[in-house]
Design a protein around this ligand. Structure first.
Ligand code: NCD
Length: 326
């Protein structure tokens, strides 16, 4: 494993499987009455959020606290300082305080990379979403959810997602979740198909390790998981489709469409969902939709990442010895 986690593309298959397996260990902690491990006691982690977040911020904070780290939250919304300067100034302040890791979300693609390679700071840098670029822990928690549901919780240990067919639907152009998922799922052996209106498919997509389709209905029967993306209006400066109704009609997932998926197939969404736009309430609330499970899995994945980047050689979870071992 590298010292930072900037991009899902930096992970090898073995790195990714190690993170998923470690997250299974961490998930067991969540089943205990006391959900805490002493692993990162005395370590300081800063959550540096320059962009809005609900799930990712809360989930990192929960993960850090479950590992007993000292947590500092910094929300920099509305800063008028230019991005490069404010990032450097902030980094130097954090360095002066002696932080061990920085979890950063930033509107500018490349900000976490800059922080990790600038020499401004000595801490491990974890990308919690940068612009339209990457969101590696989201891809990891998605892969974790797929492995549990499509391979099995115990059966999945040590396994990747070879041969699984994953369809990612919606605003691929503005989605760091889509980019991170394509990279990681490819590394894990899955076959990815992107489905979007032509206006929301990025230039250069032919170099990505995936297929592209404009027809959702023909792709659904061949999918083991269908991941719906939010239309990211805050990143749009033009009209990418005629109307919301037209978008939903062609690219939204409703009950009739869901019925075209194989029986075992799951519906995923990174959140926040816009009910009535990319997904109907019927689908969002159905048994097959893993959106809440993805949030819970996010805590286990982030514990695993923090442990592997900061925890050194100590075992993550010490089990009570079984009778056979005694
Ligand atoms: C996504 C994000 O912020 O990249 N959400 C998340 O982290 N769970 C996707 C989105 O905002 O639509």
């Amino acid at each position: 494993m590298q010292r930072h986690l900037i991009s899902a593309a930096d992970l090898t298959r073995d790195d990714a499987v190690l993170i998923l397996d470690t997250a299974e260990e961490m998930a067991r902690v969540a089943d205990r009455p006391i959900k805490k491990l002493p692993t990162l006691r005395g370590r300081t982690i800063v959550n540096l959020f320059f962009e809005d977040s609900t799930r990712t911020r809360i989930s990192f904070e929960a993960a850090e606290k479950r590992l007993s780290a000292d947590v500092i939250n910094f929300t920099a919304k509305g800063s008028s300082v230019s991005k490069g300067e404010s990032l450097k100034d902030t980094a130097q302040t954090l360095e002066a305080m002696g932080v061990d890791a920085v979890v950063i979300r930033h509107g500018a693609s490349g900000a976490p990379y800059r922080l990790a390679t600038s020499g401004w700071i000595d801490a491990a840098v974890i990308n919690a979403g940068d612009g339209t670029h990457q969101h590696p822990t989201q891809a990891l928690l998605d892969a974790f959810t797929m492995r549990r549901r499509l391979v099995g919780r115990d059966a999945g240990l040590g396994q990747d997602l070879s041969g699984k067919r994953i369809t990612v639907v919606g605003d691929v152009l503005h989605s760091r979740v889509a980019r991170s998922n394509v990279d990681l799922l490819h590394t894990l052996g899955a076959e990815v198909t992107l489905v979007a209106p032509p206006t929301l498919v990025p230039v250069g997509v032919e170099t990505w390790p995936c297929e592209v389709s404009y027809d959702l209905d023909s792709t659904l029967p061949k999918s083991d998981a269908v991941m719906m993306l939010r239309v990211q209006r805050e990143r749009m400066n033009a009209a990418f489709f005629p109307t919301e109704r037209e978008y939903s009609r062609r690219y939204g997932l409703d009950g009739d469409r869901m019925a075209k998926m194989p029986e075992h197939a799951i519906v995923m969404h990174p959140g926040p969902m816009v009910r009535g736009m990319e997904i109907t309430a019927e689908v969002a609330d159905s048994e097959r939709c893993t959106v809440v499970e993805q949030v819970a899995n996010g805590v286990s994945i982030r514990m695993a990442v923090l442990y592997l980047l900061l925890g050194g050689n100590e075992p993550a979870v010490t089990h009570a010895r079984t009778n056979e071992e005694k």
